[in-house]
Ligand binder design. Structure first.
Ligand code: RIB
Length: 309
């Protein structure tokens, strides 16, 4: 089946240490557990969309090393088409050094490697997929010029675009926002984008409207256990949260974005897609890992249909 969701972005090997709490600057802590697991915002979102049943392809770069091979194998095991992921012989595969505290908080250092070498020319590998796709999903872990080129090509080819502006950036050009149909920052990213703080529902609604005024057609601010704030041309609405016992928040935003893309590609309306995306995020935080935590379509459906808000 031809991919309906195409992801342009990063692939990382996540080197994860589980600790009681996050270390302070200069402090050495003893961790409880260590593992290497496939991650990267782009790859996580591709897996999330594929697990929800969307035929999905990814375009990006890994190094010609063992981590790169493992990342491609992981994506393929979830059914993601990986043919257009370049194996770059001049850079290592991207890595993310992640500390996860017992309360679910995390701190991440990303070393981009091959992700940092993604260029506007890589966008040409998107073209054959976009001819049949419904959604292009991008993030900011690859260079902005390449992200902009991908968004522009999707626009030109009539494909709906979703931009996850993560990791957080203060100086995102309005040009990027103007090319995205749907922008999905979390509270922290949205606050940095609009230059303020967001703690209340009113502040979230104001920030979402500001992001729409800057060019995004729809702005969705994900707010963790507080749900999501959605701004569309007709106004702002609130998606209530699904209850979750948090063990690891790494990849929760990616679960949201992948599910949103999958549901929209399936022809569902925005309200349904946001509800499923919120449920996918709530399920993802209840498991360890990024790609390993992405829920299946059946799991999300069961939560959406349950009485839980
Ligand atoms: O969004 C979570 C991801 O961010 C992790 O998998 C890590 O690779 C970093 O890119």
């Amino acid at each position: 089946m031809k991919p309906t969701v195409v992801v342009f972005g990063s692939l990382n090997m996540d080197l994860v240490a589980r600790v009681q709490r996050l270390p302070s600057p200069g402090e050495t802590l003893t961790g409880q557990q260590f593992e290497t697991t496939p991650g990267g915002k782009g790859a996580n979102q591709a897996v999330a969309a594929a697990r929800l049943g969307a035929p999905t392809a990814m375009v990006g770069r890994v190094g010609a090393d063992a981590f790169g091979e493992q990342l491609l194998a992981s994506l393929a095991s979830h059914g993601v088409v990986t043919d257009a992921i370049l194996r770059d012989t001049d850079a290592h595969t991207g890595v993310a050094l992640i500390n996860v505290a017992q309360n679910g908080d995390n701190a991440i250092v990303v070393v981009p490697g091959a992700n940092g070498r993604v260029q506007s020319a890589d966008v040409e590998r998107l073209r054959p997929f976009l001819a049949d796709a419904a959604i292009l999903l991008v993030q900011l872990e690859v260079p902005h010029e390449a992200v902009l080129a991908a968004l522009r090509l999707a626009r030109e080819m009539g494909v709906r675009t979703i931009l996850d502006p993560a990791p957080a950036q203060a100086d995102l050009p309005d040009e990027l926002l103007a090319c995205c149909d749907i922008l999905t920052p979390n509270e922290h990213e949205a606050a940095i984008l609009v230059g303020g703080t967001i703690t209340t529902a009113v502040e979230a609604a104001e920030a979402a409207e500001t992001l729409r005024a800057r060019g995004a057609s729809v702005a969705i601010i994900t707010r963790g256990e507080k749900g999501a704030t959605v701004a569309v041309a007709e106004g702002v609405w609130h998606q209530p949260p699904f209850r979750a016992s948090v063990v690891d928040t790494v990849g929760a935003g990616d679960a949201f974005d992948g599910a949103l893309a999958a549901l929209l590609a399936d022809g569902q309306d925005l309200a349904t897609a946001v509800r499923w995306a919120a449920a996918a995020g709530a399920l993802a935080v209840q498991r360890h890992g990024a790609q390993a935590a992405m829920p299946t379509r059946e799991e999300v459906l069961a939560l959406v249909q349950s009485k839980r808000p």
